[in-house]
Structure formats: C-alpha cells, structure tokens
Design a protein around this ligand. Structure first.
Ligand code: ATP
Ligand code: MG
Length: 322
C-alpha cells in the first residue's frame, strides 16, 4: 500500500526542439514525454525510494500506454490509475523562449485526464497514506478531479497525515480570486504549501511572499517551502525562516523542477529527516531535474541525488532568523 499519493493529471508533453519557435507556426516537435505536475511528483517520489500511488486517468491509446508504462516502471502503484476508451490521453504542447519563459497549449479539459472521480480510489487505499500531494493544476482540470482531491485531502488529514499543496497556478494565467477559491478546500487541510514566484501572494492576497508565508503559518500550515529556481528555496515554519542555498547546474529544461523538489521534501520528511536535510535534498533533486530534456527525465534516483550532493560536500544552511 502506498504511503505517498498524488492525484491529478497525467499527460504527455510534446515540445519544440529549438527555442523561440512559437506554437502558431510549423517547426519541429519532440516527444511524447510523460508529464503532468502530479504525475511528475509521483514519479520523482518513487525514484527517491518511497511507496507511491497515483490517482488519475489516461486514454486507451499510445500516449496513455506511454504514461502507464512509465509510472509502473518507476514502481508506482497504479491500481487507482484508470484507463478509459471514452476520451484520448491529455496532451500539452510546449515552446520555450530564450528568456527562459514558456508557452503551453493544453488539450486537457476534454481529455481522459478530466475523467477522475472519488470512486476510482479503492476502499481503504488512503488509510495508510502519510502524505497526500495536491497541485493547483489538477484543481482546474474538471469538477471530478477537484472533488476527488478535496475528499482525499479531508480523509488523509483526518487520519493524521500530511497534505501538501503546490499552488502552481500562475496569477498571469488565472485571476487570483479564482486561484484562491479553487485552492481553499485543500488549503483548509494543508500542512505544507509549496509555492513559487507570485503564487503565495496570489493564494493569500498578502503584499509579499514573506507576508504570505507568515499568513499561511498563522492559518495552521506547518511548513511553507518557497521555491526560488536557480536561487534555491526558503523554508518558513513557526520556529523560524531558513534560506536553503541552491546547487549549481547547467539548466536544460526547467519544467518539473518544482514537482521533483516537492517530492524530495515529502519523501525526506516522511522518513523523519531533519528539515535542513530535507531542504537540501529537495534543492538537489530540483536542480538535477532541470538537467535533462523532458519534465520527468531528470527526476533523480536516491543514489543519483546522494552522489550529486556528496560531490558538493555538506550543504550549508543559512539561518535568516533564529
Ligand atoms: P516548475 O517549473 O516545475 O513549475 P517551480 O517554479 O515550481 O518549477 P522552481 O523554483 O523552478 O519551482 O524549482 C524548484 C527547485 O529546484 C528550486 O527551489 C531549486 O532548489 C531547484 N532549481 C530549479 N531550477 C534550478 C536551477 N536552474 N539551478 C539550480 N537549482 C534549481
Ligand atoms: Mg511550480
């Protein structure tokens, strides 16, 4: 039985081979690469050594088989993964610009990924779950996905498990009020929030990420992990704030770094590692995730991430407040 579970969209990503090739003109694509924030999280957590389950739906087609095979190969429990002939597997087309920004074109709302419901989670499946991970992206896919996430969050929290929320909804793409409304039922149960960029501000309406983190802690969240890309991350708890310095890597494809970071944090904390060590492992996993093309392809195994960290020596942790 899984101890860590993620719910939401599994999709394939088809990306431009070269930068600065907009999606409205012909140019080469490469893919399919297995993707979807909750699926990347599940894959990364399994590769890091946890017993992981994934709840989602793929189509009975080649892309669905690509995803099912990949999740199974990572050792993920797929008994709550539904394969349907009703709709095709979700797809995202992605183009990168040389300034590092990305544009996404999603075929999701009318795909198999939207056909998720609480009934596909076997009875008792969540009973032994120590950590449930929910992403803002999943909450936008369909009412069925939302209901499944909200119910599972209540159940896991009521049983004393951790519930993490990665808002991963960019305020430029969705009005902040909508982000808040979608996330509110998960936030009510969340013990960890893992925002990046302006997501913490969008989630709370606070004036800065720092103020947003403090507001989340005041509401009962135990850990806010602010992801800061090449600058590393900052961990906020009621005991204080610490900046966890980044690992330097050659970034090839940033997509999926945040999900690998969250997965490493969840795995480390579920194992009972101290917060400093968990933060360092998460930064290392996030950094490694950016070094390969394809959102899941850079997700390191436990041995890979530990070897990478050893090459660096002990990661210093800067305490910004006591
Ligand atoms: P995603 O693109 O998956 O949505 P995110 O915005 O949620 O990512 P990031 O801050 O980009 O999250 O990445 C998560 C973590 O991975 C960072 O906090 C950092 O520790 C590590 N990381 C990401 N990019 C780099 C990089 N270029 N160099 C070193 N570390 C990185
Ligand atoms: Mg993110």
């Amino acid at each position: 039985m899984p101890t860590i579970v993620a719910i939401g969209e599994a999709l394939v990503e088809i990306m431009r081979r070269e930068r600065d090739r907009p999606l409205d003109r012909p140019a080469e694509f490469v893919g399919p690469f297995p993707s979807g924030a909750p699926a990347i999280f599940a894959s990364a957590a399994a590769r890091l050594g946890a017993q992981v389950g994934f709840v989602g739906t793929v189509g009975e087609d080649a892309f669905g088989e690509c995803l099912r095979r990949r999740l199974a190969a990572d050792g993920i429990d797929t008994c709550a993964l539904r394969v349907t002939s009703e709709r095709p597997t979700g797809v995202a087309f992605v183009a990168y610009r040389s300034d590092g920004s990305r544009s996404f074109l999603f075929h999701l709302a009318n795909s198999a990924a939207a056909l998720v419901g609480p009934e596909q989670i076997p009875a008792g499946y969540l009973a032994g779950v120590r950590h449930l991970h929910i992403t803002g992206s999943a909450l936008t896919v369909s009412a069925g996905v939302r209901e499944t996430c909200y119910r599972a969050a209540r159940e896991v929290r009521a049983a004393g498990g951790e519930v993490s929320l990665d808002p991963n909804l960019r305020p430029e793409l969705l009005p902040a009020a909508e982000i808040r409304a979608l996330c509110a039922p998960v936030l009510a149960e969340a013990t960890m929030v893992l925002p990046s960029g302006d997501e913490a501000r969008a989630l709370t309406g606070a004036a800065s990420s720092e103020a947003a983190a403090q507001e989340l802690l005041a509401r009962g969240v135990r850990l806010v992990a602010l992801k800061r890309g090449a600058e590393g991350s900052t961990l906020y708890t009621r005991e204080g704030t610490r900046d966890v310095p980044p690992y330097r890597v050659e970034e090839v494809d940033p997509t999926g770094a945040g999900d690998c970071y969250g997965a490493a944090l969840a795995v480390a904390l579920a194992e009972g590692l101290p917060l400093d060590e968990a933060g360092a492992l998460a930064n290392a996993a996030g950094a490694l995730a950016t070094t390969r093309l394809g959102p899941m392809e850079g997700a390191p195994t436990r041995a890979e991430v530990e070897e990478f960290m050893r090459g660096y020596g002990p990661a210093p942790v800067r305490r910004t407040t006591p």
